[in-house]
Design a protein around this ligand. Sequence first.
Ligand SMILES: [Zn+2]
Length: 266
Amino acid sequence: MKEIKFKGKFVVKANIVLKTGLHIGTEESMEIGGIDNPVIKDATGKPFIPGSSLKGKLRSLMEYFHEKIEPEKMVYTVKGKNPIRIHMCDDVDCSVCNLFGRNHGSHEFITEEKTEFKNLIPTRLIVRDAFLDENSITEKMKENLTVNYTEVKPENTLDRITSAANPRSNERVPAGVAFNSEFIVNVYEGDGVKYLKELLTAFRLLEDDYLGGSGSRGYGKVKFENIVIEYRDKKFYEQESEAKILNVDLDNLNWEEIEKNIKIGD
Ligand SMILES: [Zn+2]
């Protein structure tokens, strides 16, 4: 097994700006006020984007991107009536599992073959919960909001035979709202900017996809703005050096420039 040598961390901060309404649901189907389908909120009652939702979405986009969605490459993470099948493997060169992580131990492929993951490879990516940027909610927006930070959309589905309606209320965070996100990419010897590149590729894919629910009905279009990348090497943590800070534009990434400015040193 290859030795794993820690080199440093990329800390990537960005505003996630909603271009259309966002709905990330919660387990509780009814909250006070009678919204059928509320959005998830933090302890202060403000909507937020859980790091796990963000990480799961980015992972799934990269699984497709790297062509990992085939039966021999997919395992059950939940079995039973509502199975969850994702890509996970023991390949030391798998860029998806190396960035987003893999669970050690026994797994079952969806082909029903059982397998044991033996390689100990640390997960590189940590995704923090993204909290609401209150300044992004303008006075004009406040006039149109149903509740403090969200809008409630009535939705109707008609039974095609009886024409009976099934009215439901859907809560969503309106377009224009921004969240402050933070991502950590651990850098090990030999990584260079490889996994940072993977993460920014996933951001670009997400901008042309959707976050949360009802994406095919227009919800969840997001844009990553004001991206700041910090590289913190070992010396930074010993307070012997400063972090290197770069502002990048997702639509104009210059990797030569980025690599020139961040010397990882291997
Ligand atoms: Zn993999």
